[in-house]
Ligand binder design. Structure first.
Ligand SMILES: [Zn+2]
Ligand SMILES: [Zn+2]
Length: 368
């Protein structure tokens, strides 16, 4: 089951003050404290209440929760295609809460999930993007009642408005009573004599809705953003669900990203690393000069501070790492080969053993 909304857990409004959150927490904590409450699920409920309080009482955590929701991407979705989830509510409606839930109570709409593909740099710098999602919205003609304007839905006479029927069956073991969803009203507890023609009595219509999403700078592949109130419409006047945008960030041909740091590899010639040089390195925000000291080895990592990705939670900026790769020349001319042979003779044809511990290790390995 998906994690419950923290505001719902504490029963407070999204604009509730810290005091109101505290008050709601104290009341529920007293009710579910395992020392007091001996019901089987009291411990779980107490933990849930405490988690909600820990998040909503801390302004920073609250802001983060409002923007990203429950950050574990495995929670709350049905997974699969671009649009998942939303079945929790339907399940709850018919079978949840011991089957005694009032079908006429306001219920929050289902959450939606949308996968947004971003270019590498769009994720780094952020962007306003418009998306179009198919979702259920409250029918404007009947304002969600499903009844023709001027008429009202009536209470279902078969189930008395509970949305459920007791079905008795005779079995070899005796008489069994089963609770079933009332098929006359499909569990809604209501009967609509004259249906609204716009929504055919459903109270909701499926629409493609354009939503503009503010993609924050520094968002990374697999992370999600919560767009509050943009999920499916609620039932019986309940609030709408939320829209969760999950990001799929395309790779870049030169830059690689790990968290807030950027990695790239610069090919250099033997002459450049042996003699030293000043080179230009591309970064996400333009070219930067980098001094290569004489005697730089292949694999050396230079760090360009602050040239990485801005942290999505506003905690500073990453670095760019430039890894040096020395390129061995190919297709040498005879003259070039002669010069290199001459060079090899001058240096004895072996790496400088005294100055390089790696080659010293290799030499010791040969001696056994
Ligand atoms: Zn019924
Ligand atoms: Zn309608």
């Amino acid at each position: 089951m998906s994690k419950r909304d923290y505001y719902e857990v504490l029963g407070v409004d999204k604009n509730a003050s810290v005091d109101e959150v505290k008050k709601a927490y104290r009341k529920l904590a007293r009710k579910y404290h395992p020392d007091v409450n001996k019901e089987a699920d009291a411990t779980d409920k107490f933990k849930e209440v405490k988690d909600a309080y820990d998040t909503l009482s801390d302004p920073q955590k609250k802001a983060h929760y409002d923007q990203f929701g429950h950050t574990d991407p495995n929670q709350g979705f049905g997974g699969g295609g671009d649009f998942g989830g939303g079945f929790g509510d339907i399940f709850d409606m018919f079978f949840g809460g011991g089957g005694r839930r009032n079908p006429n109570a306001p219920r929050q709409g289902a959450d939606l999930q949308y996968t947004m593909t971003l270019e590498f740099k769009e994720a780094v710098f952020g962007k306003d993007k418009e998306i179009e999602i198919p979702r259920e919205e409250t029918c404007q003609t009947c304002t969600g009642s499903g009844a023709k304007p001027g008429t009202k839905p009536e209470t279902c006479s078969h189930c008395g408005g509970s949305g459920q029927l007791n079905v008795e069956q005779n079995t070899p073991f005796g008489r069994v009573v089963n609770r079933r969803v009332c098929h006359h009203c499909e569990g809604t507890g209501k009967f609509i004599k004259e249906k609204c023609t716009t929504c055919a009595g459903k109270g909701k219509v499926r629409k493609r809705k354009k939503i503009s999403v503010k993609v924050p700078a520094g968002i990374d592949h697999g992370q999600q953003l919560r767009v509050s109130g943009q999920g499916e419409a609620g039932t019986n006047g309940g609030p709408p669900g939320d829209l969760y945008v999950v990001f799929n960030v395309k790779p870049h041909e030169f830059f690689e990203r790990e968290g807030d740091d950027i990695y790239c590899e610069m090919p250099l010639t033997f002459a450049q690393v042996a003699l030293g040089d000043e080179i230009e390195v591309p970064t996400l925000s333009g070219k930067v000069k980098l001094k290569i000291p004489a005697g730089t080895q292949t694999g050396t990592d230079f760090r360009l501070r602050g040239k990485g990705v801005p942290n999505v939670h506003g905690r500073g900026q990453g670095d760019q790492h430039v890894r040096i790769r020395v390129v061995t020349p190919k297709n040498l001319t005879e003259k070039e080969k002669d010069i290199i042979r001459e060079f090899a003779q001058m240096t004895g044809g072996q790496p400088d053993e005294q100055n390089d511990s790696f080659f010293a290790k290799v030499k010791r390995a040969f001696k056994g």
